[in-house]
Design a protein. Structure first.
Length: 92
């Protein structure tokens, strides 16, 4: 699969930030920080991961979700709606 390199760089950066946020959440738990603070940061991690997933789906929709990608020339590719729905719901 050939995803847009610039877009995947952005996704990678977002995932690295989320990784740092998650490490901070673990530290907060170890330090006994308040439940409110931990949940707030955990929510931020969750949003960052969701956004990374949606960005990947949006960027790679044609490559990931089009049937007939490897079909013979002249075949008209069609969008696999069930696969698209499954990917989006997996992030819900």
């Amino acid at each position: 699969m050939d995803l847009d390199k610039d877009e995947m760089t952005k996704v990678g950066n977002r995932l690295r930030r989320a990784q740092g946020q998650l490490a901070a959440v673990v530290r907060m738990l170890d330090e006994g920080r308040s439940c409110e603070d931990v949940v707030t940061q955990l929510s931020a991690v969750s949003r960052a991961l969701d956004r990374a997933g949606f960005a990947m789906i949006a960027s790679g929709m044609k490559q990931c979700l089009v049937q007939g990608e490897n079909a013979a020339d002249g075949d008209t590719p069609t969008l696999d709606v069930q696969k698209l729905e499954k990917l989006f719901l997996s992030l819900a």
